[in-house]
Unconditional design. Structure first.
Lengths: 673, 200
């Protein structure tokens, strides 16, 4: 510690102040120690004096008893008067007592007066001893009392005087010793006062000096440093300079120097980062442009591909289902091939489009409360036939019986689960099983698992599952697939705040599971599920009469719709290629229902619907939307706007036919979700 | 230049010296200032009194001469405490001997120096001093003297028994030897049992 103190370069004055403070503390300690010792000694001296005085007073009292009129003198006189030997014995006893008491008194230490008095008493005792010995001889010789008393006479006055002298000496001694002790107490009190005042003043001066030093040499420079730090511009830290202490080489000066170096380093790093950010920004802009170009290309290609696909599939359906001109077996086989191939191509287009949307961040999600049971039921209705064809049993576990509601986009949740279940069907063994389960996991998410009894996937290939166009060898089999379904599923699930994973064992099967957030409200608003439920199963057009106005800019779609309408007797169709013409026809022809495309040149479908609803002559005509905008939010928007139904392209004949029949038969009922 | 470490060292030494000085206590004891010599003188008188005591009850001159001719044994290393124990033993022997005599009054066993004198002789650390031995010895002398006075059929002088012996240079071991001599004389008297006939 002392070495660390010595190496301090903060300030020589500060070091001396601290040293003096420590020195003062030690001085205080030593002084206090000495004062306490003096007080203790004084107390001991006082106690010794008191004990000595008390002891002497006790001896004095004993001497009075042994020598005075209750002792030696008394016994001696009685012996002379009575010649009783008991008095003789007691006289000797008293002499013995006086001897030991005088010795004891002397042992305590005596003054001159005391010594003189004690010597007198010893002389008196000797005189009495001689007298008692002589008296005994005389008594034994037969002398009378008067003769003995006359011959042996001792003056007791010296004894009494000696006792009084000793009493005075003790009193004088006590006064003298009390005076000495009082003087010592006074002197000690003065010393304590001087020491307390001196040490107190010294400490006050040193503390004030130290406070001044700390403020001027430590706190003020530190405050200046703090102020300078506060003023550092985050954008340009190198412009700020931290002030030193003014004493080169001391600790505060070193702190300021180190701080300035730090600010300079920050400035360099900030400059480098700004340059890097600029580079990154340029790269990002280039990437964004490229991505936008790719998305636009994909969108354009998708639209260009979907338009002819609409015609191919539509007219193939017309050929397949035309009751007036039924196909031959060979023709039907060919048309089935067209439909199957077309469906596969459409699916591929849709998935590629989805992937493009996901990658470009353009996939829109409408997160809402969704009943997982409804999602599952819809998926099952779509795959049930396919599963039955392969003899696969689908087992739904009890977890789905609970009314669990998740937060997700209904359409996308259905898409993801359907993909997993359809995969489980496609890659299962014949007469296999699929087990569907769901439960709320420990992390609060709803886990839905799809377990098949297929061949399983080796662990080293599991990571490839979620790579685009990776089919793990299935491309060499008859099983159809695009190789991007799981990629899209993963992206969809993660976009909805969930996660997906897979576990598999060769020869036993594979389990895919997804986790989605559970809704706290528990109220499902499965728009599409309700819509489907209300729409019911497609029905054949029968006993439907009236005119339909179809507003559509695509001629192929117009032709297809016309062929659908022609299949029903009593039903006719008028058409318009834009909204303005459609409105005019609606007013003039007053059709029983209107089918309206949304994306029209000029006025769009929503604007046209609004005008139809405003006009008295057309406001009661039911209007159905038929659009390629198939997002959940598009459907809700359409229904909210007043469309009786909202159908999506490509046109599905049964679906359109059923919508026409329902709408014409119940024109007043608006199906609002 | 004086370094700080030097100052701290001096301060530490000062503190240590102060602490050591204050830790030293003073042992006080009360003594009456008597040396073993006056006690020895007292026991010379007691032994003379024992001879006088024996003469009261025996006329066997040979035995009396033998009794008077007994010498103190040499002892070494004795302390006042040992001497006091020996004095107490003498007192016990004396009382046993005297109690055989019906003429002995109860007052013979009373304390010689009663009153507050025993308190004056007390020591704050219970250390036995020559003064305490002197006290007990004086008690013994007075009691023997009283007994001699009461039992002597003729007039007898006791004052010589209280003559002060001016002896110097004696040690507690010398005093112990004198007390031992007294005890042996009492035992000799008891063996002679001069009071037995009177008791019967």
């Amino acid at each position: 510690m002392i070495r660390a103190f010595r190496t301090l370069t903060i300030n020589r004055l500060g070091k001396w102040l601290i040293s003096l403070l420590i020195l003062s503390a030690f001085t205080t300690l030593v002084t206090s120690w000495h004062l306490v010792r003096d007080v203790t000694n004084l107390n001991t001296s006082w106690s010794d004096n008191e004990r000595s005085i008390i002891q002497k007073q006790a001896y004095l009292s004993a001497l009075r008893g042994a020598i005075g009129y209750g002792g030696m003198i008394h016994y001696f006189k009685n012996y002379l008067l009575r010649h009783d030997k008991n008095y003789l014995l007691n006289t000797h006893r008293s002499l013995l007592e006086s001897k030991i008491i005088i010795n004891g008194y002397r042992a305590l230490g005596v003054s001159t007066d005391e010594d003189r008095a004690l010597s007198d008493l010893e002389d008196v005792a000797q005189e009495y001893k001689r007298a008692i010995t002589r008296a005994e001889v005389l008594v034994n010789a037969g002398y009378t009392i008067a003769q003995t008393d006359k011959l042996v006479s001792v003056d007791d006055a010296p004894a009494i005087r000696a006792l009084l002298s000793l009493t005075d000496a003790v009193a004088t001694l006590r006064q003298a010793k009390t005076k000495i002790v009082s003087t010592k107490i006074g002197s000690l009190a003065d010393t304590i006062n001087v020491a307390a005042i001196g040490i107190g003043l010294l400490l006050v001066i040193l503390i004030l000096a130290l406070a001044w030093f700390l403020r001027s040499r430590l706190i003020n420079p530190l405050s200046r440093l703090i102020t300078a730090f506060d003023k550092v511009d985050p954008a340009a830290p190198g412009l700020t300079r931290l002030p030193g202490s003014g004493t080169e080489g001391d600790e505060l000066d070193m702190v300021a120097t180190a701080g300035n170096r730090f600010l300079d380093t920050m400035e360099i790093h900030l400059t480098e980062r700004r340059n890097a950010e600029k580079s990154l920004e340029s790269a990002r802009e280039i990437a964004d442009k490229a991505n936008k170009a790719k998305s636009e290309f994909l969108s354009s290609m998708s639209h260009e591909l979907r338009t002819p696909m609409n015609a191919i599939l539509g007219f193939a359906q017309m050929l397949d289902y035309n009751p007036k001109e039924p196909l031959t077996t060979a023709q039907k086989k060919s048309v089935d091939h067209i439909l199957k191939g077309g469906q596969h191509l459409l699916e591929l287009i849709n998935e590629v489009l989805d992937l493009a949307k996901i990658e470009s961040g353009k996939m829109e999600m409408s997160i809402e409360d969704v009943s997982i049971r409804n999602v599952l039921d819809e998926c099952l209705s779509l795959v049930q036939t396919m599963a039955e064809n392969q003899g696969i049993e689908i087992i739904v576990a009890e977890g789905f019986d609970k009314p669990v509601v998740i937060r997700s986009d209904y359409t996308r949740a259905r898409q993801a689960l359907l993909n997993l279940i359809s995969n489980a069907v496609k890659y299962n063994r014949e007469n296999g099983k699929i087990v569907l389960n769901c439960y709320v996991a420990t992390n609060g998410m709803l886990r839905i698992s799809v377990t098949d009894t297929g061949e399983g996937i080796s662990k080293d290939k599991l990571d490839e599952l979620f790579q685009p166009f990776s089919r793990l060898g299935a491309e060499n089999t008859e099983i159809e697939g695009t190789g991007i379904g799981l990629v899209i599923t993963k992206q969809i699930i993660e976009s909805m705040g969930g996660r997906i994973d897979v576990e598999s064992e060769i020869g036993k099967g594979t389990t895919f599971w997804i986790e989605l957030p559970v809704s706290e409200s528990g109220q499902a608003k499965d728009l599409e599920a309700k819509m489907i439920e209300e729409q019911g199963a497609p029905k054949q057009l029968s006993n439907v009469n009236g005119t339909i106005l179809y507003v559509e800019d695509n001629p192929a779609n117009l032709n297809l719709m016309e062929m659908i309408v022609e299949r029903t007797e009593g039903l006719s169709m008028i058409s318009a290629h834009n909204a303005e013409l459609g409105l005019e026809l609606a007013v003039n022809k007053k059709p029983q229902m209107i089918i309206l495309d949304i994306n029209l040149p000029g006025m769009d479908g929503f604007a046209a619907l609004k005008k139809l609803q405003k006009m008295e002559s057309t406001k009661n005509i039911p209007v159905i939307a038929l659009s390629a905008n198939a997002m959940n939010k598009d459907i809700r928007k359409g229904l909210d706007a007043g469309f009786k139904q909202y159908l999506t392209k490509p046109i599905k004949i049964d679906e359109v036919a059923d919508a026409i029949e329902v709408t014409i038969k119940t024109p007043g009922e608006q199906k609002l979700i | 230049m004086i370094k700080l470490t030097h100052i701290f060292f001096v301060l530490a030494l000062t503190l240590n010296a102060t602490a050591t000085a204050s830790a030293q206590g003073t042992e006080r004891s009360v003594d009456m200032g008597l040396t073993p010599s006056p006690v020895y003188g007292l026991w010379s008188n007691i032994n003379r009194a024992v001879i006088v005591y024996a003469k009261l009850h025996s006329t066997d001159n040979d035995w009396l001469r033998k009794l008077e001719g007994m010498e103190p044994k040499k002892f070494t290393g004795k302390e006042p405490a040992h001497v006091l124990e020996q004095v107490k033993r003498f007192k016990t022997e004396l009382i046993e001997l005297i109690e055989l005599n019906k003429h002995w009054s109860d007052s013979a066993t009373e304390t010689l120096l009663d009153g507050n004198l025993p308190n004056l002789l007390s020591s704050n650390n219970n250390r036995v001093t020559p003064s305490q031995v002197y006290l007990h010895s004086g008690q013994v002398l007075v009691n023997i003297a009283r007994y001699i006075l009461q039992e002597s059929p003729t007039v007898i002088e006791i004052s010589p028994l209280f003559e002060e012996q001016h002896i110097t240079g004696k040690t507690p071991s010398d005093v112990y030897g004198m007390v031992d001599l007294g005890i042996r004389r009492l035992e000799e008297i008891a063996l002679q049992n001069p009071m037995e006939e009177k008791v019967q």
